[in-house]
Every structure is written in structure tokens, then in C-alpha cells.
Design a protein around this ligand. Structure first.
Ligand SMILES: Cc1cc2nc3c(=O)[nH]c(=O)nc-3n(C[C@H](O)[C@H](O)[C@H](O)COP(=O)(O)OP(=O)(O)OC[C@H]3O[C@@H](n4cnc5c(N)ncnc54)[C@H](O)[C@@H]3O)c2cc1C
Length: 413
């Protein structure tokens, strides 16, 4: 390592220095140069406004954002904050992982979130590369074997079970669920067909997930960061189950900020996350009012964070979605900051520029292809259908050539 580069402290050591709950923030690499430049400014503002103890940057599945993720964690470090770099290990050559860890060492990035990752865009399933890794535990093992205790390592935990271990219930099965299954199960309604489906991670699958999580921790993870959840009781049950299973490391709750309607339900649908009925009905009433949705996100987030702080969590880790307002509102609501949310009127107007690189979902503004040819996504509906402006269609009287295509009938170019 060059003499001028100082190594970040390990987050687990920082946790010991902060006996009361603190803030940490997570960002993803945006897809445009303008988005990246905005994010850099945002990181600077949020660092001074929220005083986070560490900031995460995600890693695009299959290594799709490797150099941008590295640039952003280095930028965070330059701002005087500890960076936590996500690193996935499937669907990419092991050499890329070796390079990422060597670069992290070179630049003094000490903290890594070790993940399996999902399939990158255009690839249906996650895949082990020849001679590569199969799961996050393989990556933890590798880091420990190659680097000893040099890196601080965290891993992902799933309070409702990993989506791969979640089953869609047949009619009538709901009656047979145990109390803990009922707490974890989620019901969602397709707004076009009005059909609802209920998903659950059965107790037996959940137990298997627990022992797998324990094996990741036993392999050397210092702490766990959870997948989003919207019911603090689910988190609380997860923590006690972890303790019972012998997982004694800190468990950091991942707080998904509610910023808008469609993105929220698209993401929770994809992750099969349980959204309490009250949240669904509250959001339904204000679905067309962005300001009201953000205010709701602040109110809901504040109440949930208060409960989590009372449960004794080490920190509240915000999935910021690269946006500020709701995070500021929650920190004001917790009484950790004062009038912060008033100080930034207008800065959250650039959501389109903040879309992620490497996402496998088509989003507004993306070019997509279908059996009708290419087009640009104008709107994505909560059920995944897209309103697409078709490129090659010519309509009379200047009508806009739009088509509504169901999810699965188009894909990103
Ligand atoms: C806090 C957090 C941060 C994340 N950050 C990112 C990110 O930056 N980039 C990104 O692309 N994704 C990210 N994800 C999403 C994550 O990559 C996906 O959820 C992925 O499907 C699983 O990754 P994992 O590390 O949890 O996998 P693992 O912990 O390896 O396990 C996932 C599932 O696979 C099962 N399993 C384990 N071993 C095997 C095996 N050998 N064969 C079959 N199944 C097995 C486990 O039981 C579990 O159900 C994040 C998720 C969380 C919760």
C-alpha cells in the first residue's frame, strides 16, 4: 500500500466506539455521468448533514459497476467517511473479484459487504463461473483465506427469508400457517387482474436460511445487514431467532425509504417483501401525490426507526435510493437533527438521473425491444406492464404511438 493511503477503520470497531444508535447510508452507482456528478454532491451534503459513521456503495450484479463502485467508495473515503464496498461473486470471473479486493487494499478501503448477487440484466439465473464462487459464504471464505483479518466483512440477512426460499401459497394454505409464518407472509394484489397472491418462507426453509446465515458469520463476517422490511416485529423476531441459532454479531436493520408509489411496489414485489395492509391502503390513497408520499415515507420511517432504536439496534442503515429528503425527514423525526428537511427544498428533483446502472428491470426512459419492435419506456405500472412509445409506428393525425405491453413481453436493449 502506498505510504499516503490510510486504511479505513473496520466498521465493527466503529460500532464499539458508538454505544448508541447511529446513521449509515447506502447509495447505488447511477447510470449517467450527470447522475454520478449529482450523487457526488449529494454524498458531500449528506455526509455533513447526517454525520453517517459509514456509507455503502452497491456493486452491480455480475460486476457491471465495478469501476464506478470503486470510484464512489474512494470518493466517500476522500470526504473523510468510512466506505463499505459491496462485492458480489457470481456471474463474473473470479479475477474481477481478486482485482476488486487488491484495489480495495491499495486504496485503503477496509470494509466489504460480501454477497452472492443476482443475475445481471439479460441473464435469467445467477450462475457460478467456472472455478468461481457459488454463494456469499464462498466469498467470505476467500477473503479470509487470502487476506486474513485485513478486511472487515458484513453479509446480508433476510428477516422474511431470501426470495429464493419464499413459496407462493395455494388457495386455502394460508389457514395452515404457523404464527411465525403469518408474521413473515406477504399478500400482494395485481392491480390489473385484482388477483392476490400470498407468499411465505415456511418455518423449515427459514430454519435452513438461519443455519446458512450462521455459516456465513462463522466463516468470518463481523455483522449482518438486513434486507428491507416494513414491520419492526419481523425484524425483532429475526434478531431473536439469530441469537437462538448462535449468531451473536450485530444485526443492522436496512431501512428502505418510501419515496414514491410505483418504484416502491415494484421493488417490494420483486423482493417478495411483506408490506403491511395498512401501509398498502395508506399509500393507495395518496399514490398520485409525490409530496404526500414523501411525507408518508418520513412519518412511517420515523415511527419504525424509533421502534428499532428502542430494540437496541447498533445503527439505522438507510437505503437512500440516492435521494435525501426522506432520510432528512426521518432524522429530524428521530430528533437526531433539527429542521434538516427544510434546508434542501428542490434537491430531490433528479430522480430519473439517479437510476441504477446494471439494473435488470426496464425503467422509464429505457430503450426496450418487443415483438412489435423497439421503443422507449414512458411509464412502468405497478404490475410490471409498461407504456412504451414505439419507435417505428407511424400513426395518423400526430397521435403518439404508444403500446401497453405486459411484463415479460419486452426486455431492455
Ligand atoms: C444488505 C444487502 C445488500 C445487497 N447489496 C447488493 C449489491 O450491492 N449488489 C447486488 O447485485 N445485490 C445486492 N443485494 C442482493 C443480493 O445479491 C441478492 O439478494 C442475492 O440473491 C443473494 O445474495 P446473498 O449474498 O444474500 O446470497 P447468499 O447469502 O449466498 O444466499 C442466498 C440464498 O441462496 C441460498 N444458497 C446458499 N448457498 C447456496 C448454494 N450453494 N446453492 C443454492 N442456494 C444456495 C441461501 O440459503 C439463500 O437462500 C443485497 C442484498 C442485501 C440484503
Amino acid at each position: 500500500m502506498s505510504a499516503t493511503v490510510t486504511k479505513d477503520e473496520k466498521i465493527i470497531d466503529l460500532m464499539k466506539k458508538h454505544p448508541t444508535a447511529f446513521t449509515s447510508l447506502e447509495f447505488f452507482p447511477p447510470r449517467t455521468a450527470e447522475g454520478v456528478s449529482n450523487l457526488r454532491q449529494r454524498i458531500v451534503r449528506m455526509k455533513s448533514n447526517c454525520l453517517p459513521v459509514f456509507m455503502d456503495v452497491t456493486w452491480g450484479a455480475g460486476g457491471s459497476t465495478s469501476s464506478l463502485t470503486m470510484d464512489l467508495v474512494r470518493f466517500i473515503k476522500e470526504q473523510g467517511c468510512v466506505a463499505n464496498m459491496h462485492l458480489t461473486c457470481t456471474n463474473m470471473d473470479p479475477e474481477l473479484i481478486e482485482q476488486a479486493l487488491a484495489d480495495a487494499r491499495k486504496y485503503g478501503i477496509t470494509n466489504i459487504v460480501a454477497l452472492r448477487g443476482d443475475a445481471p440484466e439479460g441473464e435469467g439465473e445467477w450462475k457460478k463461473k467456472e472455478g468461481g464462487f457459488e454463494c456469499a459464504r464462498d466469498l467470505v471464505d476467500f477473503i479470509k483465506r487470502e487476506y486474513g483479518d485485513e478486511f472487515g466483512i458484513s453479509v446480508a440477512g433476510y428477516p422474511e427469508g431470501h426470495p429464493n426460499s419464499i413459496t407462493v401459497l395455494e388457495e386455502g394454505d394460508e389457514m395452515k400457517l404457523t404464527a411465525s409464518e403469518k408474521l413473515r407472509c406477504s399478500t400482494s394484489t395485481d392491480p390489473t387482474t385484482s388477483k392476490s397472491k400470498t407468499c411465505v418462507c415456511y418455518d423449515s426453509d427459514y430454519a435452513a436460511e438461519m443455519s446458512y446465515l450462521k455459516s456465513k458469520v462463522d466463516a468470518g463476517a463481523d455483522f449482518v445487514i438486513t434486507q428491507m422490511f416494513f414491520d419492526s416485529d419481523v425484524f425483532s423476531m429475526f434478531v431473536s431467532d439469530c441469537r437462538e441459532c448462535g449468531i451473536s454479531v450485530p444485526i443492522v436493520p436496512g431501512i428502505m425509504c418510501i419515496n414514491n408509489y410505483e418504484g416502491f411496489f415494484r421493488m417490494t414485489g420483486f423482493c417478495k417483501t411483506r408490506v403491511p395492509k395498512k401501509v398498502v391502503s395508506d399509500m393507495e390513497k395518496i399514490k398520485h401525490d409525490d409530496k404526500a408520499l414523501k411525507e408518508y415515507g418520513v412519518k412511517f420511517g420515523t415511527e419504525m426507526c424509533m421502534k428499532l432504536v428502542n430494540l437496541g439496534v447498533p445503527c439505522v442503515h438507510f437505503y437512500t435510493l440516492n435521494l435525501e429528503k426522506v432520510v432528512y425527514g426521518i432524522l429530524d423525526g428521530l430528533g437526531w437533527t433539527t429542521e434538516l428537511s427544510r434546508s434542501i427544498e428542490g434537491v430531490d428533483k433528479d430522480e430519473i438521473m439517479m437510476k441504477a446502472v446494471g439494473s435488470k428491470w426496464a425503467r422509464e426512459g429505457d430503450e426496450v425491444i418487443s415483438m412489435f419492435g423497439k421503443g422507449i419506456v414512458k411509464e412502468i405500472r405497478p404490475n410490471g406492464a409498461a407504456v412504451i412509445t414505439m419507435k417505428s409506428w407511424k400513426l395518423a393525425f400526430g397521435q403518439e404511438p404508444t403500446a401497453v405491453l405486459q411484463a415479460g413481453t419486452f426486455k431492455k436493449v
